[in-house]
Design a protein around this ligand. Structure first.
Ligand code: ADE
Length: 224
């Protein structure tokens, strides 16, 4: 899989891909992530990528020209399955969307910034708009990192314990059950007896029951 991220702040995105599961997935060749500086596609002397909004109003708007230049030059090299724009008014990310994106080959993620983006980019160049929640971030970079993390960690081989990604919260429409590790008792607080029993069928039943109880208590909307 290949993910090309178009951003005005490539440095902001270096760290998330330099550690832990994402770094390992890249090192193993499961995914290639390219940070593309939008300013490299600006034809202005000052490398500007934004301008004042037509009709007036506060804030700057990301211009169509550098974005179009960048996307078209990427598309000359390969076909893309989706050209994603990160925006608070996109479809809210969930596990179903991440699973689907994770199965694709080539993605572009355009990070939004400033007051917005020339609408013609959204109308003609973007195929999917994703929000990571109902709040506004300063820019789309952190949203792009969240989207990439959720996609990459479920690529087969990205997590060493293969079953681990499959037992995540949301993967079966339920929240995950509680987990414990040693010591079996701390401060008088005990680990549930069944987990120490070594009886795997009983442990699985208990975990499933806890998942349902957890989901009912915290996210009953998921059970509908
Ligand atoms: N850019 C600003 N806020 C955002 C959000 N909530 N999701 C995705 N991109 C954003």
């Amino acid at each position: 899989m290949r993910i090309d991220i178009i951003t005005v702040l490539p440095q902001l995105l270096e760290s998330p891909f330099s550690h832990s599961i994402l770094k390992r997935a890249i090192d193993k060749g499961l995914v290639e992530v390219n940070l593309i500086n939008l300013r490299d596609y600006s034809t202005h002397k000052q490398k500007s990528v934004d301008d004042y909004p037509f009709g007036g109003g506060a804030g700057m708007v990301m211009s169509i020209e550098p974005i179009s230049n960048c996307i078209l030059s990427l598309k000359k090299e390969r076909e893309y399955d989706e050209v994603i724009y990160t925006s608070p008014d996109g479809e809210v990310l969930n596990q179903r969307i991440s699973n689907k994106l994770s199965s694709l080959n080539n993605l572009i993620i355009l990070c939004g910034h400033y007051k917005g983006i020339d609408q013609r980019v959204r109308d003609h160049l973007i195929t999917k708009e994703i929000s990571i929640g109902d709040y506004v971030l300063s820019g789309g970079e952190l949203a792009a990192a969240v989207i990439c993390d959720s996609i990459i960690r479920i690529i087969p081989g990205a997590i060493s314990d293969e079953t681990s990604a499959l037992t995540d919260s949301f993967q079966d429409g339920l929240l995950a059950p509680p987990v414990y590790t040693r010591p079996a008792e701390y401060n008088g607080w005990k680990v549930p007896e069944v987990l120490l029993s070594g009886h795997f069928a009983k442990i699985e039943d208990w975990r499933h029951e806890q998942s349902i109880l957890n989901t009912k208590a915290r996210r009953p909307d998921l059970l509908k």
